[in-house]
Design a protein around this ligand. Structure first.
Ligand SMILES: *Cc1c(COP(=O)(O)O)cnc(C)c1O
Length: 408
């Protein structure tokens, strides 16, 4: 079957026959995107306020990003990590310049970045002669990825089903609970890992003072503090790193999702203290830091600067937050609005079927995602416009008003 001639329904039949059944996608095959618009095989347009789950940071088909990828693909894609390449050096420099971190390691995804953090934490203590510091502390409702290590520190049982035995030595505490953390942290703790806003868990921001308290507890206990900034980092909250406004600098953080605007790229950024935490031979990634992915990452930063994207996140994020608060007070289907920057959620009432809301939104032409089971999540590209938000919000209001009628 030539994919150029197949209809959408033929493609769907084919997909169900040849792709593994680990996803449950909507019955839509997208073939093109432009800005916040996605077009399916039948040519129907959708407003994308999901941004590919916080990945399409500068929208679909951005000409600067597309040109940078095309140019780099023709120039140099990959040389292995037996050599340096200019784009990786430039991107690492740019990240160091924009953050409190001093060193960068590149990989290809969020889970892989978190694996790298966990290995770094253990190996760092080993290098310090503290080889018994192996325990990892994570939080309930966290999400850190699907590889076995990242899964082992993910605090959601549904992802663990049938995957055990998982990594031993992991302790979970409730998020935003300083006393619970104090009770488990100690001389065997290698690191505490958490998200500045729990994203997949349901858009749960850190309480005021929480990150500061965690930093202090880690310092007292001699444990490393690691932030998973895969979803919150790189401008999503209106600052370059999500935790920036707290003033707390972790020893290291992970990045992925939006950092190359849709091209696969992950990274960890660390402070100088950890610069030698992974000595030569201790960790590696074949594709990590390839010139093509790094060129995409550099293009995203150029777009951030040229189009004042972070300012847009602050302005439009505040606006979206205000409008969602209004919806939460007006609509029976919504109990709460929460989030920060352009990472926002509407908590749906008991009795509202989140999957049905998600499907109704798609039927009405707007793509969103769910988080934490009952939260309608907004993660549009960071250069989303006021008009696009208004258009999407009008649909959200209409769909949720109807949903509440059905539930009542
Ligand atoms: C998406 C996500 C991950 C996993 O990233 P992958 O690229 O899917 O491996 C890890 N942590 C957080 C906070 C995420 O949002």
């Amino acid at each position: 079957m030539s994919s150029h001639e197949a209809t959408q329904s033929e493609l769907l039949t084919r997909a169900r026959a040849v792709q593994l059944g680990n996803y449950a996608p909507a019955p839509l095959v997208f073939t093109r995107g432009e800005g916040r618009r996605l077009y399916d095989r039948d040519g129907r347009a959708f407003l994308d306020l999901s941004g590919g789950v916080a990945v399409n940071s500068v929208g679909h088909g951005h000409p600067v990003l597309a040109a940078a990828i095309a140019e780099q693909a023709a120039r140099l894609m990959h040389v292995s990590n037996l050599f340096y390449n200019d784009r990786a050096i430039e991107l690492a420099s740019a990240i160091v310049d924009r953050t409190a971190f001093d060193r960068v390691y590149f990989c290809n995804s969020g889970a892989e970045a978190n694996e790298s953090l966990l290995k770094l934490a253990r190996r760092f203590h080993h290098e310090q002669g503290q080889g018994d510091r192996v325990e990892l502390v994570s939080t309930h409702r966290s999400f850190h990825g699907r590889t076995l290590g990242a899964l082992s520190v993910t605090g959601q049982d549904k992802y663990h089903v049938g995957m055990g035995p998982l990594l031993p030595g992991v302790r979970f505490v409730p998020y935003n609970d300083v006393d619970a953390l104090r009770a488990v942290i100690g001389p065997r703790t290698a690191a505490v890992l958490l998200e500045p806003v729990q994203a997949e868990g349901g858009i749960i921001p850190a309480a005021p003072g929480y990150l500061e308290s965690v930093r202090a507890l880690c310092d007292e206990a001699g444990a490393l503090l690691l932030f998973d900034e895969v979803q919150t980092g790189y401008g999503r909250l209106g600052t370059f790193m999500g935790a920036e406004r707290s003033g707390v600098v972790p020893d290291a953080c992970s990045l992925a999702k939006g950092i190359a605007g849709g091209f696969p790229l992950g990274a960890i950024a660390v402070t100088e203290r950890l610069a030698n935490g992974l000595p030569p031979g201790s960790h590696a990634s074949t594709f990590g830091g390839n010139a093509l992915a790094c060129a995409a990452g550099l293009a995203v930063l150029r777009i951030f600067d040229e189009e004042s994207v972070l300012e847009n996140v602050v302005r439009e994020g505040d606006y979206l937050g205000q409008r969602l608060l209004e919806l939460a007070t007006q609509l029976d289907a919504v109990v709460e609005a929460r989030g920060d920057g352009l990472l926002r959620g509407l908590v749906l009432s008991d009795g509202v079927d989140p999957g049905a809301v998600w499907r109704a939104m798609l039927d009405a032409g707007v793509a969103l995602t769910l988080a934490g089971g009952n939260v309608l999540r907004f993660t549009p590209s960071l250069n989303v416009t006021r008009e696009e938000l208004d258009e999407g919000l009008a649909t959200v209001a209409a769909v949720l008003a109807k949903t509440a009628e059905v539930a009542a």
